[in-house]
Design a protein around this ligand. Structure first.
Ligand code: DAS
Length: 324
């Protein structure tokens, strides 16, 4: 049965125009959603499409306000009984953040698929048309219902919670590292091999005027603890991108201990981007840290910001990181 899929364009390389045939130095946002859809293989009998261009940005320039606007619009569209699913075309640089944000906020009784491209629409062998075509086909799949936000890229299907950008210039640019892809697309057919493991809490965005500011403090050899001073008076939440299992120096730990009560909630994550950050007495005993579990810093930041729209209670935040 033909499904009604609503496509939302946001900009990014998929919509970009550059020198004919070339893959670099292009201008994102040259084409809107309607123009991108014109170039797709036929979708007769697969999907009836409606579309809109909510904004047109290179995703490295996406703002919290635009992320909130997109999340609220997706909630509104998926509440419409006439719509079966939503596809979002997006820049690749921050696709992983938007995918998790939408996973945490969108209703999960329909389908929601994001995609992008590593080559502009004017490039030789542009990857955008097939990515967008496959994203629409996946959004019509009954198997994709209830899985929350999914990402389609280069024939792979990824969970919005787990997907990360793992190449900064090759078309096969996304992966979920240890957690692997959920399945594949071969032209218009989806083949799922596994499903996502974390449910969506469906955070309600209807009354949210702004997303709380969460900053990521990136730890490295010689990182001075005084960077935390900057965040202390500005951030609503802090994510530590620690080394190894989320480790920081004694200097950083001493700064945090001595400023307890003056700092916002702190989630401890790992810059490794793969594996787990769990409670460890030697690091966490007597400290206000909330372990990020399997969430890397870019995703932990998204979850912390959304939880802070509802509570600042450290135990409630801890429980959210254990569940979502
Ligand atoms: N500028 C990047 C972006 O919009 C490139 C891309 O989309 O691939 O994320």
């Amino acid at each position: 049965m033909t499904k009604h899929i609503h496509v939302i364009g946001t900009g990014g390389t998929i919509s970009a125009a550059g020198d004919s045939g070339k893959t670099t130095s292009y201008q994102a946002g040259a084409f809107d959603a309607s123009q991108l859809l014109e170039g797709l293989p036929p979708l007769d009998g697969i999907a009836d499409l409606t579309y809109e261009q909510i904004f047109s940005v290179a995703s490295e320039s996406l703002t919290n306000a635009q992320l909130l606007q997109l999340g609220q619009r997706v909630q509104e569209i998926l509440a419409d009984d006439a719509v079966d699913g939503v596809v979002v075309s997006h820049g690749t640089d921050t696709l992983e953040e938007t995918a998790y944000f939408l996973h945490l906020t969108a209703p999960s009784d329909k389908t929601l698929v994001l995609t992008g491209a590593m080559r502009p629409a004017t490039a030789s062998s542009a990857d955008g048309p097939m990515n967008l075509y496959q994203a629409i086909c996946l959004a019509t799949s009954e198997q994709a219902v209830g899985m929350g936000a999914l990402v389609v890229f280069s024939d792979g299907i990824y969970a919005g919670r787990e997907v990360q950008k793992t190449s900064n210039f090759r078309p096969q640019a996304f992966d979920s590292r240890d957690l692997g892809c959920l399945g594949y697309l071969r032209e218009d057919q989806a083949y799922f091999l596994q499903g996502p493991t974390k449910a969506s809490p469906q955070f309600d965005l209807s009354g949210v005027a702004r997303l709380p500011r969460v900053d990521i403090a990136y730890y490295h050899v010689g990182a001075s603890a005084d960077i935390l001073d900057f965040f202390k008076d500005r951030s609503d939440g802090i994510v530590l991108a620690g080394v190894g299992t989320g480790n920081i120096s004694q200097d950083w730990a001493s700064y945090i201990k001595s400023h307890e009560g003056q700092l916002p909630p702190i989630v401890r994550s790992s810059r490794v981007g793969n594996g787990l950050t769990l409670y460890e007495a030697s690091v966490d005993e007597g400290m206000p840290f909330i372990p990020s579990g399997s969430l890397p810093p870019s995703k932990a930041k998204i979850l912390l910001s959304l939880v802070l729209t509802q509570t600042q209670d450290p135990q409630a935040i801890r429980e959210a990181f254990e569940k979502y």
